[in-house]
Write a protein that binds this ligand. Sequence first.
Ligand code: CP3
Length: 346
Amino acid sequence: MTSSSALVRALQGDRPASAPIWFMRQAGRSLPEYRELRVGTRMLDACLTPDLAAEITLQPVRRHGVDAGIFFSDIVVPLRLAGVEVEIEPGRGPVFAAPVRTADDVARVTSIDPEEVAAAAAPIREAVRLTTAELGETPLIGFAGAPFTLAAYLVEGGPSKEHLRARAMMHADPDSWHRLAGWLSRVSRAFLGAQIEAGVAAVQLFDSWAGSLSPSAFRAFVAPHSRAAVADLPVPVIHFGVGTGPFLADMRLDGVADAVGVDWRLPLDEAARMVGPDTTLQGNIDPALLGAPWPVLEAHVREVLQRGRAARAHVVNLGHGVPPETDPGVLTRIVELVHAEGSGAE
Ligand code: CP3
């Protein structure tokens, strides 16, 4: 039902009449209806309650008329399903009871069979089924965290600025690093598998913090594991990271990624030259402009669309997630502008 949708067509390299648009973190605190539903429920419990996860996923699709839903969940959900003790602290992010720092820590956590994730993923499958039943022809995007971004939290034990502990492990103990990243890759792949089985039309691999890596570290220690997480999937793959300009071509994962996400730092026409003619681009409205006067934001969105024409195809999005303080009316207005622009209206 979703194979002729604008999103799937753009990911496959077609240019539908108007560029498809969705927003990372479109479900979440920018929406009053989300804040109301979440009262009294912890983040990860909400993710594992199928009717709640489905309803939260649907809220922004109804409100904004975006061209895709993004499944409401979190990158650490498969770790919780594997039995790893993790919570999401409001205003802070994922926090682990036991950081994974030494070779022994790595041996302990990687002894968990990633099949445990698939076995425990019934609430995920159920939430995806409920959501796709409501969405009809609008595609649902599934997702998982890339091994490095997950390791950035797991090795530290919580959020960090420069992800120094995870990056240090690569060089100090490469065997442990590859063991950990290989395991995280299989855990995320199992999480994607559950979503695909239940009907998502495309998936996005979030390597949000990859921009903290040097190009050589990304190539040697990260890209092979990210590639393994998404190779040979039966649906299109988007690969996203922030600050990945210095190695954007490598974000293609040897062509395994159908689309590469670009943050606000790199104009899309430059990005198109870097990734070449076989890759769709996704992005790159600057979240910092969401609070600007409408004419300023409108000019910026038009410029993003214009530069995006240099790519083989373009999926419009922000350069990173919707900030919680965003006026949701502004997001709806951007969707209307992008849809009108595509059909040739002024
Ligand atoms: O709408 C969507 O994009 C779908 C849902 C989604 C969430 N997390 C929901 C969420 C997705 C795709 C994610 C992925 C995720 N989780 C990433 C990669 C994307 C990115 O933003 O770069 C990362 C790094 C995480 C880890 C994480 N989870 C962080 C840093 C936080 C924020 C903590 C905070 O309170 O500021 C979370 C919690 C989280 N995940 C929220 C949502 C809606 C906020 C929870 C709340 O409402 O309190």
